[in-house]
Design a protein around this ligand. Structure first.
Ligand SMILES: *Cc1c(COP(=O)(O)O)cnc(C)c1O
Length: 360
């Protein structure tokens, strides 16, 4: 067996220890004689797996008791709709901050259900930084303020936590959840597709302040009502059981490496090393304002784009895969989520130096 260093933006690398444990438990989960995939979601065994995962996530993120944690399907893209459907609560409009590709998708979807006030946009600088909050045109009557703390494609991350007063703050944390400690009590709702920092694709985690639940727009599908999922413990219908289980294993792994504080220290070290390698050479470049650079997704370009293909092919040969940039941006992108080992960064950085020596 040989494992590569996989820099995919998502679905992405999972901790090897988690995959090993899943393999050990694959055919017979703890004496039940069956795989977690084969279990009834209402049986004692799966109920214990589900409860443990939720308890561990609550502990890791210090989620207050007045918040519900939901384990849903439909990806972050379904949340682009569920958020306005449930959180408009009779109000006319919601505020959105536009920092790039994923913000734009959230905005487009919200417009189907209400008015959107784009309170700030980074369009003028081609989404290479985050607009300072002093310039935001927030509406005090807005139903909520939505933002994308980490733009996965642009590699732009908020260096601050927005202050929206009594207006609920909503965050699409798909590509940055669990990468560092955050104060959940500052948010009305947090959502994340699992396939970047939580587990396999197919699971979506929603953390919602309980008072925001229960006033969806009339006539919407029952599956798009947070209240149903909250009331039924995310088991109104069959939940994504195997994804939920694997997420639980990832939470246990995070607790073992020192929780989110421990993870943050590792992530900072990893990102610093890679950005230092990029900034330390005229051969590589990253366009993002240094104060807004993502810890999770690091886009970079070569001075001569004609070398892109060679770079990717040679990287692949030494076990560094999926470094091709998003089709809308070009160049390279190294996604270095929680599960990317530091050795992956070290190998990439030395490959980059070597490639520059031979081609610079
Ligand atoms: C990947 C991603 C999405 C899309 O998630 P799906 O689960 O595929 O719907 C949305 N927002 C952000 C920030 C992402 O990184």
């Amino acid at each position: 067996m040989s494992r590569v260093f996989n820099f995919s933006a998502g679905p992405a690398v999972l901790p090897e220890a988690v995959l090993q444990r899943a393999r050990e438990e694959m055919l017979d989960w703890q004496g039940t004689g069956m795989s977690v995939m084969e279990m009834s979601h209402r049986g004692k065994a799966f109920m214990s797996i589900a409860a443990k995962a939720e308890a561990d996530l609550r502990e890791l993120m210090a989620i207050p008791a007045d918040y519900s944690v939901l384990f849903l399907q439909g990806g972050a893209s379904s949340q682009f709709a569920m958020v306005p459907i449930n959180l408009l609560r009779g109000k006319k409009s919601a505020d959105y901050i536009n920092t790039g590709a994923w913000s734009k998708k959230a905005i487009a979807e919200a417009k189907r259900y209400g008015q959107v006030n784009v309170a700030a946009t980074a369009e003028a600088n081609n989404f290479t930084s985050v607009p300072a909050q002093s310039g935001w045109k927030l509406d005090s009557n807005a139903a909520y303020v939505h933002y994308t703390p980490n733009e996965t494609i642009g590699g732009v991350e908020f260096p601050f936590l927005p202050d929206t007063g009594s207006v609920p703050l909503v965050a699409d944390m798909s590509s940055s959840i669990l990468s560092r400690p955050i104060d959940v009590s500052k948010f009305g709702l947090i959502y994340a597709g699992a396939q970047k920092n939580i587990g396999p694709a197919g699971l979506t985690v929603v953390i919602i302040r309980k008072d925001l639940i229960g006033q969806p727009i009339d006539g919407m599908p029952v599956m798009f009502d947070y209240a149903i999922h909250d009331k039924e413990g995310s088991m109104y219908n069959t939940p994504p059981t195997y994804g939920w289980y694997l997420a639980g294993l990832v939470f246990e792994w995070l607790k073992e490496i020192g929780g989110l504080k421990g993870m943050a220290a590792i992530n900072k070290r990893k990102a610093d090393k890679l950005y230092a390698a990029i900034d330390g050479s005229d051969f590589y470049a990253n366009p993002v304002d240094p104060t807004c650079r993502s810890w999770m997704n690091v886009p970079f370009t070569l001075a001569n784009p004609e070398l892109d293909k060679t770079f990717l092919a040679e990287a692949e040969k030494v076990g560094l895969t999926t470094l091709k940039g998003h089709r809308s941006v070009g160049g390279m992108r190294a996604s270095i989520y929680n599960a990317m080992p530091e050795a992956g960064i070290d190998t990439l950085v030395s490959f980059m130096a070597d490639f520059e020596k031979r081609n610079g």
